[in-house]
Ligand binder design. Structure first.
Ligand code: ZN
Length: 77
């Protein structure tokens, strides 16, 4: 177990792909986020970025992993 990069809770993280993390988190649910996407989250501008991202993941939840790419981050924030 490691910590979810979005909410900080313990989560199951598959990092077998070097450029994307697949996270199964009890709080955020299942999502995949690229390393570029993680790096461009505007954390300074949006103190509530984590909540915003969790809402997006919840709203787009399907049977698989919700894909979070850099383009998606730019669309969300
Ligand atoms: Zn989480």
């Amino acid at each position: 177990m490691a910590n979810c990069p979005v909410c900080g809770n313990s989560a199951q993280i598959d990092n077998s792909n070097t450029h994307e993390l697949k996270i199964t988190c009890s709080q955020c649910a299942k999502f995949a986020i690229t390393d570029v996407a993680l790096n461009i989250i505007p954390k300074d501008i949006y103190p509530n970025w984590s909540q915003k991202l969790q809402e997006y993941i919840r709203m787009n939840q399907s049977s698989g992993f919700v894909e979070i790419t850099a383009a998606r981050i730019k669309a969300i924030f």
